[in-house]
Write a protein that binds this ligand. Structure first.
Ligand code: TYM
Length: 333
């Protein structure tokens, strides 16, 4: 029965189009899990305000991301897909959880440290309390499982700590969520700088990032210019970060394990290998792009999806929020 299924929650920021790291690290799993769980997938536009945004661009990107969720194969009648800013419960629960989170814990978050360095002129309070809003996202839906990439591990641990702390005071209110990482692809690195993770906020070198809406010619070009390592063997190894990253991408894209990928390219040069990785990526991206283009032309359908899903998300979040509000002692309405 639907209500007996475990609950999944995950989210993605609408800053820039998702890239291969987002897809292989998170989105691919979202689709794979949608039949076996009750899934709630959010476009976390409120999180994006922690860095200055152009309002028109943010609004457009949020809608495009929702379309991309559907284009990737998420069924909007089965899973809930919605904008975070359309469910006020996120902000309301975040406030409560702020009062159960310590400054020291937030100060230790590596993402806060990195983002403060990158945005030295705008180290705002939202950037600092970002992980509390993320915890609220997850706990608001009583999620059992949270499919994410490796870079969100620390935020996830904090979310669990906050939930356990709250439960110790008020009884079993929150489900303690577990992170869910992909077997292959939890940390996709940049193509031009394979020592650093592929990241939207690192857009200076466009060849570093493959976006899900990149056209095939551009994808091939980016893979052809990917940094490889000395030697000529296609082998997964810590001293070959470039080749290892490409092997990871190939394995995840072609659905084979790393060993199988290595043997497929035994005795072949880097040139042939890089071309093949690009082609494997194009293969799974093409149908996504074509569905995305169709949705772009069907405004009425997308609007209806947004309305219906907002309602479902608000109903689910509202139930949990009221429970928490009662526990902490808000007066009854
Ligand atoms: P965001 O928007 O930066 O990234 C979305 C998802 O993509 C994963 N990811 C990667 N995986 C592998 N390799 C990479 N190079 C790579 N880059 C990104 C991320 O781990 C993430 O799973 N704080 C979150 C969004 C969020 C959220 C949540 C996630 C807000 N609330 C609640 C889960 C649950 C973020 O900024 O992800």
């Amino acid at each position: 029965m639907e209500s007996e299924k475990k609950i999944i929650f995950s989210g993605m920021q609408p800053t820039g189009m998702p890239h291969l790291g987002n897809y292989l690290g998170a989105l691919k799993n979202w689709v794979a899990l949608q039949d076996d769980y009750r899934c709630v997938y959010c476009i976390v536009d409120m999180h994006s305000l922690t860095v200055r945004q152009d309002p028109l661009v943010l609004r457009k990107r949020s809608r495009e991301l929702l379309q991309l969720y559907i284009a990737m194969g998420l069924d909007p009648e089965k899973v809930i897909i919605y904008f975070q800013s359309h469910v006020s419960g996120h902000a309301e629960l975040a406030w409560i959880l702020n009062c159960f989170t310590y400054m020291g814990e937030l100060g230790r978050m590596t993402q806060f440290k990195e983002k403060s360095q990158k945005n030295a002129d705008n180290i705002n309070a939202g950037l600092f309390t970002y992980p509390v809003l993320m915890a609220a996202d997850i706990l608001l839906y009583n999620a059992d499982l949270v499919p994410i990439g490796e870079d969100q591990r620390q935020h996830m641990e904090l979310c669990r700590d906050i939930a356990i702390r709250f439960n110790n005071i008020y009884g079993d209110v929150f489900t303690i969520p577990e992170p869910y990482f992909p077997k292959i692809g939890a940390r996709i690195m940049g193509l031009a700088e394979p020592e650093k993770k592929m990241s939207k906020s690192d857009g200076a070198n466009e060849n570093n990032i493959v976006y899900l809406l990149d056209r095939p010619e551009s994808i091939i070009k980016k893979f052809k210019s990917a940094v490889t390592d000395s030697g000529h063997e296609v082998k997964y190894s810590p001293d070959k970060p470039g080749v290892s990253n490409l092997l990871t991408i190939y394995s995840a894209a072609a659905g084979v394990d790393i060993k199988q990928a290595e043997s497929a390219f035994e005795g072949k040069g880097y040139g042939v290998f890089k071309q093949a990785v690009g082609e494997a990526v194009i293969e799974f991206i093409k149908p996504i792009q074509s569905r995305f283009d169709d949705l772009n032309r069907d405004k009425a359908y997308v609007d209806a999806i947004i309305r219906a899903n907002d309602e479902r998300a608000n109903a689910m979040a509202g139930r949990m929020l009221r429970r928490v509000q009662k526990k902490v002692g808000y007066p009854a309405v």
